[in-house]
Design a protein. Structure first.
Ligand SMILES: Nc1ncnc2c1ncn2[C@@H]1O[C@H](COP(=O)(O)OP(=O)(O)OP(=O)(O)O)[C@@H](O)[C@H]1O
Ligand SMILES: [Mg+2]
Lengths: 363, 292
């Protein structure tokens, strides 16, 4: 087992900067998820860790050991590839046993370890098949099996369950997490699916256009996004954003919009007054942080229902406030209909204000 | 995927085309197989019997062709008096040797060209193919001078080198296509599993094996059938079957029987090889055609 330190690492492909000045530290035995949209440099990072891609600048260390110049075979890592990369001419058994055979393990050890891995992944009945005779989900599990038989010091998983159907994916999320906890092996897990990252990882590194945006526990990332981009990327359904002005009304700071003015809380006011904040901000609030009731009047924000989407356990409501649209998550017994007037109550204790120019969060 | 069966509709034009196709095929078979057949049969005939021909227009006279007592004396004379066992050996060693060397070196070179990016790669690749663009005859004289200077004329290694010179660029060009079709991720996975770069290369060879095997046969065929190199570079010590056969044609006494027998000895091994690997040959050479 080993900790992983990524120290001012850059990756260029010609003129393309795929990873820019990345700094990460992953503790021994930790489940670290690298989360970001397509093309943000996740795979590049992972491939540098694996030794498949040259590190353009910076250092990567496993424990105290700098591994920049170590070939993949000497790094003691196991990787699951985005596109499986199974050996087409070998059976499932040979695919899984490959790394053990390359290391000259004895027949009995191979037999026993392959058995253990295939039991965990429930692919025991597929051992004699060739990869082209497997479904996508089965291939993916074989690829995972190939990685876990060897008990390396570091797992590198590149979107290992992205191609599975929703149900199997949910199942595999749980399985992988349990497996990692049991083996206690450090895991770096790349995904573009925030649900995977939130549900499995000890800590998440959110990347965007090659730049690390935020590094923290799932709860930190969800509750305290450092900037507007992270706030918008993490969370499903996505956060609502509205441009507001900060105005002092009777000694209390308010977030003011042509259609409403909402006072900030005491601690938030302290943060705003401390920082040399500007009047122009962007307010962000998650759909489940907005309360909705039908009818007019009261001091809540007046709105009109545009659309209701019952989702079984929840109900999503599209509500218009002046020119703005808010997505609200509520209970399925909500009675409003399209065109009805309603009122929105913002949970100001949990909302966010961002600098409109830099996107950085005040809170 | 759509079925690859051709959809056919009955029509007068269709039947006409069918008849024409049949006629064409008959002519084609006669054209290609008859010479071989005549060669094969004649090699077992005495000289007199071989020249017994019916008069033109006398179709019943065709039985004359089969009216002979088989003899193997031509084969005996080839191997006992004319040293054909040596020439056969030369042919086998020169063609198999050059084919092996071309394919082994070619595979490694093609692999690097397929997998590694470096400055000037395109130019290098073009230069390699361009060496095949000049006609062989044009380079023959300088090549001969060089080989003579190096003492390679009339030796088997010289002949192997000459064939390799011409097979290698072709091998690199063909094999690069095969390697391009194997996803690089497979080797990356091997390397993560603990293989060296070279191990990873070896591990994907089974995937290109049909192509490489088919190409090996093409290289053997090229060298086996070659006359020009063999007669000039190989003249003297490294005579191969085609050259030896040619030498049976002497101004005084053309030994038709022996020539026919020599033809059989030259053709038969390649025909067997062809039949043996026919399926792989087709599979191998079309391998690069369709991407997954
Ligand atoms: N071999 C390469 N040559 C040139 N550019 C590359 C290469 N590989 C990746 N890139 C570029 O680097 C950037 C990051 O790519 P990377 O594969 O790391 O993205 P990713 O986050 O894994 O995306 P995805 O979720 O789609 O897999 C992209 O802009 C991509 O176009
Ligand atoms: Mg990727």
């Amino acid at each position: 087992m080993a900790s992983v330190t990524i120290d001012h690492v850059w990756k260029y492909y010609g003129k393309t900067e795929a990873v820019k000045d990345l700094n990460l530290k992953c503790a021994d035995g930790e489940f670290l998820s690298v989360l970001g949209p397509s093309g943000c440099g996740k795979s590049s990072t992972l491939r540098m860790l694996a030794g498949l891609e040259h590190i353009s600048a910076g250092d990567i260390r496993f424990g105290e050991r700098r591994i920049n110049d170590l070939p993949p075979k000497d790094r003691d890592i196991a990787m699951v590839f985005e596109n499986y990369a199974l050996y087409p001419h070998k059976t499932v058994r040979e695919n899984i046993a490959n790394s053990l055979m390359l290391r000259g393990a004895s027949r009995a050890t191979i037999e026993q370890k392959v058995k253990k891995a295939t039991e965990l992944l429930q692919i025991g009945h597929l051992l004699q098949r060739k990869p082209q005779e497997l479904s996508g989900g089965q291939k993916q599990r074989v690829a995972i099996g190939r990685a876990i038989v060897r008990e390396p010091q570091l797992f590198l998983f590149d979107e290992p369950i992205a191609h599975l159907d929703a149900k199997l994916r949910a199942h595999m999320r749980g399985e992988l997490k349990i497996m990692q906890r049991e083996l206690g092996t450090t895991m770096i897990y790349v995904t573009h699916d925030q649900l995977e990252a939130l549900s499995m990882a000890d800590r998440i590194a959110v990347m965007h256009e090659g730049v690390l945006q935020q590094f923290g526990t799932p709860q930190e990332i969800y509750d305290h996004p450092v900037n507007e981009w992270v706030a918008g990327f993490v969370g499903e359904p996505p956060m609502n954003f509205v441009d507001c002005l900060i105005e002092d009304r009777g000694g209390v700071l308010h977030a003011v919009h042509p259609s409403f003015a909402v006072p900030v809380t005491g601690s938030q006011e302290a943060i705003l007054r401390d920082s040399a904040h500007r009047a122009e901000v962007r307010m962000g609030i998650r759909p489940d942080q907005i309360g909705i009731v039908t009818g007019d009047g009261g001091d809540a924000v007046a709105a009109q229902i545009l659309l209701t989407e019952p989702l079984g356990g929840d109900m999503l409501v599209d509500a218009a406030v002046g020119q703005e649209k808010f997505l609200v998550k509520t209970k399925p017994d909500f009675q409003g209909r399209r065109g009805d007037a309603c009122r929105l109550a913002f949970d100001t204790g949990r909302w966010h204000l961002f600098d409109r120019d830099t996107g950085l969060a005040y809170f | 995927m759509a079925s690859s069966d051709v959809v056919r509709y009955r029509s007068p034009l269709r039947s006409l085309v069918n008849v024409l196709v049949a006629i064409f095929l008959v002519i084609y078979v006669v054209w290609t197989v008859l010479p071989l057949f005549v060669m094969f049969v004649s090699s077992f005939k005495d000289l007199l019997e071989a020249f017994k021909l019916p008069t033109v227009g006398d179709w019943s006279g065709i039985t004359l062709f089969f009216d002979f007592t088989p003899t193997v004396k031509h084969y005996q004379s080839l191997f006992l008096d004319h040293n054909f066992s040596v020439y056969l050996f030369n042919s086998i060693v020169a063609s198999a040797g050059s084919a092996l060397i071309s394919v082994v070196l070619g595979a490694m070179c093609a692999y690097s060209l397929s997998r590694i990016n470096f400055r000037g790669k395109q130019d290098l690749f073009f230069w390699i193919i361009s060496t095949r663009m000049a006609p062989v005859v044009a380079v023959m004289v300088p090549l001969y001078a060089i080989f003579r200077g190096a003492g390679l004329v009339g030796t088997i290694p010289g002949l192997i080198l000459a064939y390799t010179t011409f097979n290698l660029p072709f091998a690199i060009w063909m094999l690069k296509g095969f390697f391009d079709n194997v996803p690089y991720a497979i080797e990356e996975a091997q390397m993560c599993d603990g293989a060296t770069r070279f191990r990873a290369f070896l591990s994907i060879l089974p995937l290109v094996a049909p192509g490489v095997g088919a190409f090996l046969v093409l290289c053997i065929l090229f060298a086996w059938n070659d006359f020009l190199f063999a007669s000039i570079i190989g003249s003297g010590g490294a005579k191969t079957l085609p050259v030896a056969t040619k030498e049976l044609v002497q101004p005084q006494n053309i030994q038709w029987g022996s020539i026919m027998a020599a033809g059989v000895v030259t053709t038969l091994p390649m025909m067997f090889l062809g039949l043996l690997i026919r399926r792989y040959l087709v599979a191998g050479l079309t391998m690069g055609a369709v991407k997954e």
